[in-house]
Design a protein around this ligand. Sequence first.
Ligand code: BGC
Length: 438
Amino acid sequence: MNLFKNFSWGVTTAAAQTEGAYDKDGKGPSIWDEFTKKSHKIKDKSNAKVATDFYHCYKEDIDLAVAIGLKIFRFSISWPRVIPEGTGTVNQKGIDFYNKVIDYCLIVGIEPWITTYHWDLPQKLQDKGGWANREIISWYVAYVAVLRDHFADRVHYWILINEGIVCIGGGYFLGVHAPGKKGIRNFISGTHHLLLAQAEGFKVLKQKEGLQVGTAISCTKIEPYRNTFADQKAAKRIDTLMNRLFIEPHLGLGYPIDDLPILKRISKYYNEGDLEALKTDFDFLGIQTYTREVARAAWYIPYLGALQVKPKKRNVATSVMGWETYPEGIPYFLERFAKYDPEKPLWLTECGMALSTDEDDQERIEYYKKVIQGMKAVLEKGIHVKGILLWTLVDNFEWAEGYIPKFGIISLNQKTLQRKMKKSAIWLKEYLSNMNMK
Ligand code: BGC
């Protein structure tokens, strides 16, 4: 039996990491444009003013994806390119750009998928508090309505918000991502508003018939350091934060307060009816997973009472991100999420590994072989997974890590902007073409 018969392969990209053209054709500044001005925040002191110049090179990139045999091209819309001030006037040139991307995908026969939000909030909205301001629900809803009205005639698959935990955790709690805010109050309020915005955004998109609308959830396998009660409880708190907080309220399960008591504070931000409003019957769930983390109890760490035991200390191999490469997390999370609702289609909407090398990326090939193995095991069990989207096509701006980690299957010469298929892209091309012949 060909397990991959009704299964799709594609790739995920994101505007802030690829487009460049940061102030071209009326685009407003995003929080990442602002954040990268503080060069000490970015490991190689770089920024994304040019990035991969997808703004000008989109045809070449889409052609490369097609040449490899990929069938889905997921990209995100830059909110400040479409609505420079965050609310109000729509920038027609921004709309024109995404129309060109979508139309080109359709011409060359690859399905365009839209992510409405992959972390590049308009700076103007951050000036008003960003995700910590409840008004963001209405700002986001108005933005999503603009996207629906312009693009939903041709784009059928939509992902609302990419990885809420990374967006709010990195940007509003740890301060390592834009907008660089810290603290529990920002985190708690940002979490609640982001989830409410996503739930409302879902309703706005579903006003148009025939759309498939989902979300993309960051998942990290968490294990206790020692087999003690304290470490197990610590691991459970971290697991709740990383893997449950940004999905269970949508599934009607409420906030997982019992396993992460600090979440009690969210009630401070509740308006009447909020818990009901959060319930969202997504058409699919997107799982994204890269690594595994180990937690141990640490009573002196505020809110979480837990510490991460770094991979280096555990003597496991790490990628240039400092992460343990862990494709085993893919079957684990697909099975785990299928338990919420076995009927709900799942997609692996991101997976990948970072290397510091350019073209000879044999390690990445080994990684993807394991991904395929894990996926086969899951499909054999009858779990409803519909496809894999790789992270990512072309080496790009890896947020606070700058351009050091290379996640692409295509390399980029940053000076000439020349693209070149890596060994992994050539391997994948062959793999996909052999599969199609079966
Ligand atoms: C994000 C990407 C990011 C990748 C690797 C995912 O969490 O969606 O934007 O580049 O991980 O860090």
